[in-house]
Design a binder for this molecule. Sequence first.
Ligand code: FMN
Length: 186
Amino acid sequence: MTYLVISTSLNPNSQSYILALETVKRLQQYGTVDFVDLRQVNLPHCDGDKALSHRNVKRLAARIEKARCVILAVPIYNYDVGSVVKNMIELTGDAWQEKTVGFLSAAGGKSSFMAVSGLAMSLVFDFRCLLIPNFVYADRSSFDKGVLVDKRALARMDDLVDSARRLAGVGISGRPSPRALAAKVV
Ligand SMILES: Cc1cc2nc3c(=O)[nH]c(=O)nc-3n(C[C@H](O)[C@H](O)[C@H](O)COP(=O)(O)O)c2cc1C
């Protein structure tokens, strides 16, 4: 099984990045884990035109295609996910077909816990993604000196990883999709 964790915050002191690293450690028990930190990848803004064939977009799309399951670590801005993750999905489009997708989100406070809903549903409708129903939501009180200490968030992360392992092996139809078979990601 190939997992991909993408950390989408550009903040040098990102807390969702900490969630991403913790998740990578857990997933490594179950398969190959690729990791992308978008602070290290220079992506253009999606213009619906030339940006789509940018070298870094193609490279990232290839890594997404290769994964069976993608976990997105996102910062919450304005009661929604930050724009960087939306831009990345616009750029990489069809690479998302039928992926099993999970979310890790970092917020300032406790009231934005449904912020991933819009993006999550767009992945379902646009690319027939299968959502992992265990979401991780951590606010600033969940961290102490750069370490995730919130027991509930840690438990949710364990549940997310467990669901990722079970759901990514199944896919949306209960069997590997023709696309997954063709791309040899089963
Ligand atoms: C522009 C901006 C908007 C934000 N909006 C929210 C918000 O709506 N709800 C919230 O709980 N936190 C909000 N925050 C706080 C961030 O979610 C918090 O800093 C979080 O740690 C961001 O994730 P990161 O550390 O991985 O970048 C906002 C922060 C910024 C910079």
